[in-house]
Unconditional design. Structure first.
Length: 284
């Protein structure tokens, strides 16, 4: 029995060794293909190809051939211009302590990507997706500790999770958007054209729920300095009021008036100029 047992162990070890060598060669070939290919498609696809390549190389160096192969194949697909989605944690066997958190963050990631994140910031979007996949993979490797409160490999999980969260924070920061509203001479009411701009501002603010809105009122140089300062404040307040009336929270808006001090078109004192009778709005 002992000889048989030893023989079985030796044969099994030989099979595993051969399987490992085959897997290593297979992943190595695909990794070489990925590294040599010229990425096609959108800026997001090109960034995604590179991020999966980096992760695949790391996993291969750690002898995690199964996950390296998954990452490399996704990189090849992304580099070919195909649509590649992040891993769905509901399809993975995961520890109880992390499953709900991963599912919640999967939803947040998809929402950010589908809300223009791929186009707005392709580098951050690609890194968020690949670091999420990395997080899922590392948590999956803790599967034998499914009921444990603490992870078996905390540093690997931390690296991927923090990489994902940092990329998501960058992805969710919307670029600044600027708007301008013009006013009639000595007026601060909003006409139909102004209200169309208000609608655009509301749309931008709704797409970036964490953004702040700054409204700056201005006048031309006709009239006294003090009068124009008050008029510019009323113009800023008119825009602010229109935004709150359309559902934008008042605590997101800061309104200020600068009178005639910052003309869009420089003029002599006392000269009316339509381009200077305005409110400038920043959403950032």
């Amino acid at each position: 029995m002992r000889k048989l047992a030893v023989a079985v162990v030796v044969v099994a070890a030989g099979i595993l060794s051969a399987t490992g060598a085959y897997a290593s060669r297979y992943v190595s070939d695909d990794l070489a293909t990925l590294k040599a290919m010229q990425a096609r498609g959108s800026a997001f696809n090109q960034a995604l190809k590179q991020e999966y390549q980096t992760l695949g190389e790391f996993e291969f160096a750690q002898s995690d051939h199964q996950h390296a192969h998954r990452d490399v194949r996704k990189g090849i697909a992304a580099g070919s211009g195909a649509s590649v989605l992040p891993e769905d944690p509901r399809s993975w066997y995961l520890p109880d302590r992390s499953r709900r958190e991963l599912i919640d963050n999967h939803g947040k990631l998809l929402a950010a990507l589908d809300d223009g994140g791929r186009e707005r910031n392709p580098a951050a979007a690609a890194r968020a997706q690949v670091m999420f996949d990395c997080w899922v993979e590392e948590e999956h490797e803790d599967v034998w500790y499914r009921g444990a409160a603490n992870p078996y490999q905390p540093e690997d999980i931390k690296r991927c999770k923090e990489g994902f969260l940092a990329a998501m924070q960058e992805l969710l920061v919307a670029p600044q958007q600027n708007f301008i509203i013009f006013f009639a001479f000595d007026k601060y009411n909003l006409d139909a054209a102004a209200m169309r701009v208000v609608g655009d501002i509301v749309s931008a603010a709704q797409k970036a729920p964490n953004a702040r809105i700054s409204v700056f009122g201005f006048t031309d140089r006709a009239g006294s300095v003090q009068y124009n300062l008050e008029l510019s404040k009323r113009r800023a307040q008119a825009v602010s009021g229109a935004l709150t009336a359309r559902g934008i929270a008042a605590n997101r808006i800061a309104a200020s008036g600068f009178g005639e001090s910052r003309p869009r078109v420089p003029t002599a004192d006392g000269v009316p100029e339509a381009q200077n009778r305005r409110a400038e709005i920043e959403v950032k």
